[in-house]
Design a protein around this ligand. Structure first.
Ligand code: TYD
Length: 138
């Protein structure tokens, strides 16, 4: 399985301002089928709280900051800070993620490898743990 990791994107800024490039299969390990973004959340909100059977994601705070807690369902967890418009976090399928601690100006851009399908979302942590423990290669 591909690992959760921070990604650093190319910047082509000049005196006119910043420009960051994210191309599917070049800068991130999938073709982008879906883009959505989250804003207007605050430091009391926890979003995400799910794992995906199929979708891979890259999350980029194009403005403001937030944190992502990732859990593998086997007792391991890690927290990543998203605080620069030219860095993102890669999230493979079958990891549990919570997004939280949003700054007031946070705009969290999410790039996804799949079209939206509610059926591939696992929203119950106990169910996620069970699926992981039943998965031989995990
Ligand atoms: P949700 O998955 O709870 O958002 P997050 O994980 O970012 O906190 O999604 C909120 C609602 O929006 C839910 O009713 C599903 C819907 N939705 C779509 O219809 N398409 C999408 O691509 C996404 C991400 C959500």
């Amino acid at each position: 399985m591909k690992a959760v990791q921070m990604l650093e994107f190319s910047q082509k800024g000049d005196e006119r301002g910043h420009l960051v490039i994210v191309e599917g299969m070049k800068d991130i390990p999938f073709e982008i089928k879906r883009v959505f973004y989250i804003y207007g959340s605050d430091d009391k909100v926890v979003r995400g709280q799910h794992a995906n059977r199929k979708s891979e994601f890259v999350l980029i705070n194009v403005a403001g900051t937030s944190k992502v807690r990732v859990r593998d369902g086997k007792g391991n967890e890690a927290v990543f800070s998203l605080n620069r418009p030219h860095t993102g976090i890669y999230l493979p399928k079958m990891v549990w993620k919570d997004m939280y601690d949003f700054s007031e100006d946070s705009v969290l851009l999410c790039l996804a490898s799949e079209h939206y399908d509610a059926e591939e979302y696992i929203r119950d942590y106990a169910e996620f743990e069970k699926i992981i423990s039943n998965c031989k290669e995990a």
